[in-house]
Design a protein around this ligand. Structure first.
Ligand code: SF4
Ligand code: SF4
Length: 472
């Protein structure tokens, strides 16, 4: 099975319960953002702009747990910001698991190994030595780490343990060169890979989480799936990027270019996702086949953003994870007060211009599961996809040159910075992105992993290319 039986059954029961009760709108997945603080400052992070004034604020543990109870979603995706920075992340994960929900920890991967070392320390016994030796041999922990683990951990706090009810959901937007460029730090991809290897060695479930942008090379994506599949990663979430309207207007006004020069339009998304169904057969792609058909341009779906609500320090964010027209005090209040008819794209016509090019999973994946725009055979299609044998690890992944950046001595961020900081590039105004980052980015910044805001990232990549072209 692509998704474990117990988890599938839990979600199916939840949907059937609400269908029988004829509940008009209900939550399937809660996107919980306990904080917006982050250790990285990714170019494409939408949260940095939107919540820049509340980066230091956090939801209380009680509020976080209560939010899950309130919306009753069977699945909670803990994101942010970087959720592993949340001081009570262990208590939060344990609390949501105790509520009987499935947990996804959406992380940039940088603190995963630390959290897993804590787990090893808390459970250390003489019998753990074989595992420690294996991790040492694979250079996933150091001798010093092993010594610390052997001392144990008895502070009375929970640790993040492997369980079939939890997934690490690691943000990777490409192979080393691309991913490090996007997150603006060399070495992040390598750390993600090591964290994933360690997680798999310890029996955790791991998924990857990828956003597709205008510049995303489809072949690279396929190679990335092959690579992670060969590491026996348990699944992949993939979604097209979303372009904020304000950024779009800014690009048009300031640079006099058409939106399609920079942004992923619906037509472009469909082209990028043309092979999604083939990938769904080869790799464990999470999401329904109905949503995959939508991404590939084979059908229309209606947005059901209310099924994946976002709760953060400001309240319940409406209408969706990406767009903010308001925050509400409660999930039911949000459901009642928001005019949902104003949003989404129906039969190719955007009800709100900001929705025009949106095909993101948080708006449309639940539509496939909930039977919105139902077509005969959809249920069988969804059932068959989930219950079919899980695709085997792809042997081609072993041949993929995943470490094509800093690991082979290519200081790619330096190259990128040099390109856009060159005098000619400066004359073109290309210095702005890195300049702004270096001058004004706080040591600790914030945002939501793979929020899909491609505006700054596209801007940056376009300028790097422009600067390189002008140098030749
Ligand atoms: S179409 Fe996209 S941007 Fe519009 S409400 Fe739905 S999820 Fe949000
Ligand atoms: S996308 Fe945002 S939250 Fe995620 S790692 Fe980057 S800066 Fe942090």
């Amino acid at each position: 099975m692509r998704f474990p039986l117990a988890l599938t059954a839990k979600i199916a029961r939840h949907i059937i319960k609400h269908k029988v009760a004829r509940t008009p709108k209900f939550a399937l997945v809660l996107q919980l953002e306990p904080l917006h603080t982050c250790n990285l400052t990714c170019t494409g992070c939408g949260r940095i702009r939107e919540y820049s004034t509340s980066l230091k604020d956090m939801m209380s543990l009680e509020d976080c747990l209560q939010s899950a109870v309130e919306c009753e979603a069977p699945m909670v995706s803990i994101c942010g910001g970087e959720p592993l920075i949340y001081p009570k992340i262990e208590e939060l994960i344990a609390g949501i698991l105790e509520q009987g929900r499935i947990v996804y920890v959406c992380t940039n991967g940088m603190f995963m190994r630390k959290k897993m070392r804590d787990y090893l320390a808390a459970t250390y016994s003489a019998g753990s030595e074989a595992t420690l030796q294996k991790l040492l041999a694979e250079k996933l922990i150091t001798e010093k780490d092993a010594e610390t683990i052997r001392k144990g951990k008895n502070d009375g706090r929970p640790v993040i343990r492997p369980t079939k009810w939890m997934y690490w959901n690691v943000h990777v937007d490409g192979l080393e060169y691309t991913h490090d460029l996007i997150v603006e730090r060399e070495g992040v991809f390598k750390e993600c890979v090591e964290a994933i290897r360690m997680a798999k060695a310890l029996g955790y479930q791991v998924a990857t989480n990828t956003t597709v942008y205008k510049e995303t090379d489809v072949q690279e994506l396929e190679n990335m799936f092959e690579f992670f599949s060969s590491m026996e990663v348990d699944g992949h979430t993939i979604s097209p990027g979303y372009d904020y309207d304000s950024a779009k207007k800014d690009m048009v006004k300031r640079l006099g270019r058409q939106p399609e020069d920079f942004f992923l339009t619906r037509a472009m998304t469909r082209a990028k996702f043309a092979k999604i169904q083939e990938w769904g057969e080869r790799f464990t792609i999470f999401g329904t086949p109905v949503y995959q058909e939508f991404l590939a341009g084979k059908r229309e779906l209606t947005c059901t953003a209310w099924a994946i609500p976002t709760r953060n320090v400001k309240g319940w964010k409406a209408p969706c994870y990406l767009m903010t027209d308001g925050h509400y005090g409660g999930y039911q209040e949000m459901l009642q007060k928001v005019n949902w008819e104003k949003y989404g794209v129906v039969d190719g016509v955007a009800r709100d211009p900001r929705c025009e090019n949106c095909m993101v999973h948080c708006g449309y994946d639940p539509s496939g599961a909930l039977g919105t725009n139902y077509k005969r055979g959809d249920n069988w299609k969804n059932f068959r996809y989930n219950f079919a044998a899980k695709p085997k690890p792809d042997p081609r992944g072993k041949l993929v040159k995943a470490f094509n950046g800093v690991s082979i001595g290519k200081g790619h961020l330096a190259e990128a910075k040099a390109a856009i900081n060159s005098p000619r590039a400066a004359a073109n105004g290309a210095q702005s992105v890195f300049f702004r980052r270096e001058e004004s980015a706080p040591a600790v910044s914030g945002g939501g992993c793979s929020t899909g805001d491609s505006s700054e990232r596209d801007n940056l990549l376009a300028k790097i290319q422009q600067a390189k072209d002008s140098q030749h």
